[in-house]
Design a protein around this ligand. Structure first.
Ligand code: 13P
Length: 226
């Protein structure tokens, strides 16, 4: 299983150092990918590194941006792109996200592309169209080394998860388009619902937000997965 830890904009320097020490004690057969806030990246050793974002531009005169080349120089191997929080707050479009994926691929960094529908789109039945549209950016680029993370927006940080049937329907759709790609589930995955989620064979791993910040609870989650 792939377990990607999205710290989001959490953990200051002191907190992160102590967190990282605890994280390094975790024992699991799963592949853990730590995605800290950019500023904590240079503090990481001994854990596979991911970033939470990347610039769509190259290294150069782009104030405030971090390029794929710079990430590579810090040994970042994965990068989350298209997280719903960036789509919403930074108004990232599918086209922006495609450009980011191309920059990552140029540096050999594996994109973790987040997709997923809002509550309105789920309720009005357009969620499959939304997902197809979000995946369509991969149509004319090399999609062989891209991880997909299905994160229904209404599930992120809410404690509410879709039913297994709802998850299976979307995973089948994703895998019908991308049969050879790993697909993660994200959105309120925790120790209370992992026994239910793990019944779904199609899930190749998890993208964890809140749980990523609590190494002791994360260990419990990983134990339950085995
Ligand atoms: P939560 O696990 O806190 O719901 O966050 C999920 C997420 O957005 C991971 O990218």
């Amino acid at each position: 299983m792939i377990i990607a830890l999205n710290n989001k904009s959490n953990l200051n320097k002191e907190e992160f150092i102590s967190y990282l020490n605890s994280l390094k004690q975790i024992s699991t057969n799963s592949t853990l990918i730590l995605c800290p806030t950019y500023i904590n990246i240079p503090l990481v050793d001994g854990v596979l590194l991911g970033s939470q974002n990347v610039s769509r531009t190259d290294t150069g005169a782009f104030t405030g941006e971090v390029s794929a080349k710079q990430l590579k120089s810090y040994d970042v191997k994965y990068s989350i792109v298209g997280h719903s929080e960036r789509r919403e707050y930074q108004k990232e479009t599918n086209e922006d996200i495609k450009e980011k994926i191309i920059k990552l691929q140029e540096e050999g960094i594996t994109p973790i592309l987040c997709i997923g529908e809002s509550k309105v789109e789920r309720d009005n039945g357009t969620y499959k169209e939304v997902i197809k549209e979000e995946l369509s950016i991969l149509n004319d680029i090399d999609n062989s080394n891209i991880i997909i993370a299905y994160e229904p927006i209404w599930s992120i940080g809410t404690g509410i998860i879709p039913t297994n049937e709802e998850i299976i329907e979307v995973f089948e759709l994703i895998k019908s388009i991308l049969p050879n790609n790993k697909v993660l589930y994200g959105g309120s995955a925790n120790n209370d619902n992992i026994d239910t989620l793990k019944q779904i064979d199609l899930i190749d791993g998890y993208l964890l937000g809140g749980l990523s910040l609590k190494p002791d609870k994360l260990q419990e989650f990983l134990n339950k997965l085995n």
